[in-house]
Ligand binder design. Sequence first.
Ligand code: FES
Ligand SMILES: [Fe+2]
Length: 425
Amino acid sequence: MMDSLRTFNVSLSPIPVTLFELVFVAVCTVFIYLLYAVLFQPTNRVRKLEDVGYISDQSSSKKEVADSTQRRRVVGEIPPVYPNGWFGLFESFQLKKAEAKYINVLGLHLAVFRDENGNVHALDAYCPHLGANLAVGGKVTGSCLSCPFHGWRFRGEDGKCVHIPYNETVPEFAKVKSWPVMEVNEWVYLWHHAEGEEPSWKPPEMLRLSKGEWTYRGRTEHMINAHIQEIPENGADLAHLDCVHVSFIGSGTDLRYIWSKAWSFVKHNWTAKWESFDPPEGHVGQLSLTHAIKVFGMSFPLLDLSVKAKQIGPGFVYLDIEGVFGKGVIIHNVLPVGPLMQKVVHNIYVERKMPTFIAKFYMLGEAIQVERDIMIWNNKRYVNKPVFVKSREDTFINRHRRWYSQFYSENSPRLTSEKNKTLEW
Ligand code: FES
Ligand SMILES: [Fe+2]
């Protein structure tokens, strides 16, 4: 045994490694990782309110500028702040099994939880017993959520209290309000209606996603200081395309610099129209868009895209995109986290044959264009009675406003009533 070991005992002399070689290997490793990230990892572009759309100066931080702009700006005569409809609360991956989360949106305080069977429920967050927040330390058991304070247990499906640890019976009136929720297209949606009406329509399921035919390629997340209606109205505002979205995305998101000469040889070209549908699709509006790139005035068909952006109700848009590299969808969800504060999330899914970096490029292009809009939204006021000219362009905005008004009802919350609810105002 020892002999055979000795036979294979090769003496190794140390290989000298220079500092240069070490640095070279380190640089290569970083480069390969970056290349891998760019080519294969899904995008995750998250921007806080102060990151986009404000002009900061030497004397104030970005946060200070965002705060003071928000405080000082003229709001205008705005519609109600929380429309009726379905709103995306969470992306499905954000709510794990047996997890509860507190969320304050649409003027509501909600405990949203995924039960042990995987179903999602939304209850009013404050416990009727002594007011603890059910989602802050509450425990998910079966399909119920137990209060962290004294253990009252509430059923997800209807909010009824089914167990009080120190009492044999549970009174009928011990319950919290439960809210209609549904999970579709990898989002958790909540139905909000100021009059308490039941849902009159539902977010349509995209079978290409649920069957796994299309694959996830990333997300972006932005906070926007504007009335919710301003955001979908952008889809019917055709005239702004030539001012905000024509200059090439390489020139960035700051509207002061997007016309830089360095990028003047390449331009985005848009044609667009907006339409609404008749019942039972009355809650759907559609922007049809074609996008082309012109380099020195000549077409560059590799980046041509046709887009059908379906605005479904007040809170989300499904953008079907089709180009040379295949088809995909961008899901756009707007969630009012305050009367004049919106959280906007985009997710992209594409056919498997489409290279990841192409899908990521589409997502980046979309994000840059949205960030230009944000610079307008964060600084504008809402104009209730706009000065319009008799043009095709302005007509669409009027039509969109009439269409969107279906999502408000008599009791829809207004800015003044919302201001009095918390200490924040
Ligand atoms: S406050 Fe919830 S059980 Fe007491
Ligand atoms: Fe826009």
